[in-house]
Every structure is written in C-alpha cells, then in structure tokens.
Design a protein around this ligand. Structure first.
Ligand SMILES: Cc1cc2nc3c(=O)[nH]c(=O)nc-3n(C[C@H](O)[C@H](O)[C@H](O)COP(=O)(O)OP(=O)(O)OC[C@H]3O[C@@H](n4cnc5c(N)ncnc54)[C@H](O)[C@@H]3O)c2cc1C
Length: 473
C-alpha cells in the first residue's frame, strides 16, 4: 500500500489503499461513483501541507488533485479566473498575467498564504486560507463560485446564489462535502506597493499599522523576535506594511522574499543562534525599506520542503529527526498583548522552541459554515520545533494545547489545519458549530464517501454529540 505523509511536519505517515490522479471532472465523478458503488470511501489531497491528516484516510483511496490545474475560463473584463482546483499559486499568478499583452486591465490575486506557494487552490479553499491582508477576510471572500462533485457523484456548481449551503460548507470544509474540481476566483487590479519596514515593540505596532492603513497600506505583518532569554522575546519585531503607490513608480524586484540559500541559512541560524537570526532578518528587511513590488509577486515566498534534510546534513552526527509544527491562534486585537505574555510563559516553561512566527490580522468571515475567523482577530503564528520521538511530539502537543487555552481564555480560537491535538473541550469551545457541521456532513454525504483521518478523529472525539445529531438536525 502506498505510504504518504504531509510535507511540512512529516508527522502523518499513512498507508492508503491506492492513489488516483484524475485529469478531468468526469474522472473525479467516476472515482466518487466507483467508491460509492463499492461501499468504500476516499480522501482528497492537494499539495499535502495540512498537518492533521485532513488530506489522507488510512487504508482508503487517495484522490490526488494536482493534475487538474488548467485554466478553464478567464473573463478579463470582469476579472474572474476559473482554474482547476489542483493549480498552485505560481501557476495561478502566471494565469492572471496571461492576458497582459491584450491591453486589457492588469489583474492579480488578492491574497494567498504567506509561507509557501506550492499549495493548491483546492487545498486553500478547503481550509479557507488567509494571507497578510490588513483588512481582508479569509479566501472565501475571493471565491465567486466553484464546481464540486458531491456525495452522490454529481457535479454541481456552488456559489452564494446556487447551492449555497454546499458553498458555505465546502469552503473551510476540509474535503468532507465534495471534491472541488475548479474554482472561479475574483481578482483585483494589480497594484504597485511600497514596502515600509519598521522595527518596534508590539505595544506600538497596532497604532503604527492603523497609521499605515490610513496612508493606503493593504498588506502587512509583524515578525517577532525568537530568543526566549531576551526581553524582546515575542515582543520586538519587524513590521512590514505595503502601501499603494502611483503606477509611475518603478518596481524594485520581482519576488519580495529571500533567496533559497539565504532562507536556508536563516532558518538554520534560527535553530542555533536565535538572536543573530532575528538580527539578520531585521537587516535584510530594513535593506528593502521603500522598495516597490507588484501586489501579487510580493505575496510569493521562498519555501524549501526538504529543509529538514538540509538542517540534518549541516549537523552531521548530532542530527535528530525533527520538523516544525505550526500553530495559529486568534484573539480579539485588543487582547494580543495578553496572548503574547501567556505564550512567552508557556514557551519558556516548556522549553519548546518557536523557530519563527508572525502576527497578522483577519476580518470576520460571515459566509462559511464553520468559520475560524468568527470575529475580527489578530492571528499569531508559531513554528514549534518538534523532535520526532514520542516525548518530543508530546511536548509540542502539550504546548499547543496550552496555547489554545490561552487564546480561548481571551475570547479567541485556533486554526484547525495545523494538527489534530486540540482536546474535545477545546474543539467545542472554539468551534461550537462543529457537531452540527459533522451532522450536515452525514446528511449531505449519506454514503460516507468522503473520509479523512482528521474527520475520523474529530467525529470520534465528539461521538456523544454525534449520536444525538445523527438526524442532521
Ligand atoms: C509552510 C506552510 C505555510 C502556510 N501558510 C499559511 C498561511 O499563510 N495562511 C493559511 O491560511 N494557511 C497556511 N498554511 C496552511 C495551508 O494553507 C493549508 O494546510 C492548505 O490546506 C494546504 O493546501 P494543500 O494544497 O497542501 O492541501 P492538502 O494539505 O493536500 O489538503 C488540505 C485540505 O484540503 C482538502 N482538499 C485539497 N484539495 C481539495 C479539493 N480539490 N477538493 C476538496 N478538498 C480538497 C483536503 O481534503 C484537506 O482537507 C501553511 C502551511 C504550511 C505548511
């Protein structure tokens, strides 16, 4: 049986029955109907970056969607791009630029995830991803409509006006309501942006961001210091904001990030010399202050999935199998300082290392059925260094749970995509609609064709509630 795993944490080795790689909507519908006919189930995967087993189901068929990545339609007048759900962000950006020569409007994606580009649009929509927009909700805001093969094997178009319930459930629905075949993204005019970089304490960052927003900043984030013994730990940071500028300004570079080698070196330093890593990062960012970028290529990023091998190679005999597990917490903006105080204490006490992390903002999502952005939130992202041993994983799991409690105590929540370590109480507290979400899944997928290890885990945890909600009420 093929063995698969997630790309980033590599903590989800799972044997699947077989891997199907559909090339068309008909192929997808055929796979789903075949599974229904055999009384089997399947999981859907994109580029396999989710870390809680959302994209795999042990012993079941895996539908690898990456071949479905072609442009289906580009309405250049309205800025609507329809593209296969298996397309990744570089492909999508290329597609949005494909009509530039025609003299029509220059379109761009509005947002994408910040840490990596090799993420499929289907995977991004299925977790309802977000980028570094300052006044944006998650990606659901950018989805005009999508085609999806449902639990009966039927291809259906979903939007705010058509099959609305499926639209609201499938976005942020982790592949449990159907296989998304293609998505129509609402694009925005491509803009030139000036990067403004400041080094400051988090206490001052919000006022600074507000000022930059008034000056026309559309994007921004705050990358914080990571040396636990310093006063600056999780407090001082590099604020980068992106303000709109006149089209006559000259763009200073294509990408906005570090080169692959510089990124690897910095990441390695963040493991061994955290203070120096932050200083180096700060120097790099300050050197780009004032530079002009395109609003789409500014969002592309450097990511090396094999960085763990690189780190292992640099350490020789001292190398241990390890990776980074991301945790993302949400709190009302006014409570973010309290969250960072709590996070500081939790990390110092546990000695679990945060290798890098940022703070961003998100606006409330009032569309999806299971929203993580239940309100306007500050988003705190941590990359927790995790040794691949039972004790190492347990240490990070305990920290992740403490961090979730800290966020929940402040009226916040956490992101489901990064692990499945939340307790039953935490899931119910942060996602009160989860039992009904699971009940809708049973009602809309009566054959139970869509499966994942994450779904099995969550459904089992909530079983008591699930029994009473079986009717789909
Ligand atoms: C380094 C890194 C940086 C990240 N940065 C961010 C960030 O800045 N912002 C953010 O919001 N998230 C971020 N993420 C999380 C990431 O956006 C999600 O995990 C996303 O789902 C991964 O996309 P993927 O193509 O790898 O999907 P996979 O991991 O393969 O699948 C994820 C989920 O999507 C479902 N799915 C995939 N394709 C389809 C489809 N065609 N139809 C239906 N369901 C489907 C799967 O069943 C699964 O439930 C980051 C993750 C990593 C590892």
């Amino acid at each position: 049986m093929p063995l698969v795993n997630d790309v980033h944490s590599r903590l989800n080795p799972i044997e699947v029955e077989s891997i199907a790689r559909p090339n068309s909507a008909d192929d997808v519908a055929g796979c789903v109907r075949d599974c229904i006919g055999r009384g089997e189930s399947l999981a859907v995967s994109g580029h396999r970056h989710a870390m809680g087993g959302q994209q795999f189901a042990s012993g079941r068929t895996l539908l690898d969607m990456r071949a479905l990545s072609n442009v289906v339609d580009f309405d250049v007048d309205r800025g609507l791009l329809t593209i296969g759900a298996g397309a990744d962000w570089r492909r999508i950006v290329v597609a949005t630029r494909s009509q530039d020569a025609s003299g029509g409007p220059a379109w761009a994606i509005r947002q994408k995830q910040t840490g990596a580009d090799e993420l499929t649009l289907g995977g991004s929509v299925a977790c309802n991803a977000h980028g570094r927009g300052l006044a944006m909700g998650p990606i659901v805001e950018d989805v005009e409509s999508m085609s999806l093969v449902d639990g009966r094997g039927e291809l259906r178009r979903c939007s705010r006006d058509e099959n609305r319930e499926l639209f609201e459930l499938a976005i942020g629905g982790y592949g449990l309501f159907g296989v998304i075949v293609d998505i129509t993204l609402r694009l925005v005019p491509r803009r030139k942006l000036r990067r403004i970089v400041r080094v400051l304490d988090l206490e001052d960052a919000y006022a600074a961001v507000e000022r930059h927003e008034l000056d026309g900043a559309l994007y921004g984030d705050f990358q914080y210091a990571i040396e636990p013994s310093d006063d600056s730990f999780l407090r001082r940071g590099v604020l980068a904001c992106y303000e709109t500028v006149d089209d006559s300004c000259s763009v200073g570079g294509d990408g906005a990030g570090l080169s692959r080698d510089a990124w690897l070196e910095l990441l390695s330093m963040a493991h061994t010399a955290k203070r120096r890593a932050f200083e180096t990062y700060t120097r790099h960012y300050l050197s780009t202050h004032g530079r002009i970028y395109w609003s789409d290529s500014m969002q592309l990023s450097t990511y090396v999935p094999s960085y763990a091998e690189f780190l292992g190679a640099t350490r020789g005999a001292e190398a241990v199998d390890e990776s980074l597990v991301i945790t993302e917490l949400f709190v009302p903006p006014a409570r973010v300082l309290e969250l960072m105080v709590a996070a500081r204490a939790i990390l110092r006490r546990s000695r679990v290392e945060d290798i890098y992390g940022t703070i961003r903002s998100i606006r409330r999502d009032s569309t999806t059925f299971l929203p993580w952005a239940r309100d306007d939130f500050a988003c705190v992202i941590l990359n927790l260094r995790t040794e691949h041993s039972p004790a190492g994983v347990e240490r990070t799991r305990a920290v992740a749970r403490d961090l979730i409690d800290a966020a929940a105590d402040l009226g916040g929540s956490f992101y489901l995509t990064y692990h499945r370590w939340a307790t039953r109480a935490q899931l119910l507290r942060c996602y009160p609609r989860l039992p009904v979400f699971l009940a809708r899944k049973r009602a809309l997928d009566p054959n139970g064709v869509f499966a994942s290890d994450w779904h099995r885990h969550v459904a089992t945890l909530l079983e008591r509630d699930a029994t009473t909600l079986r009717s789909g009420a």
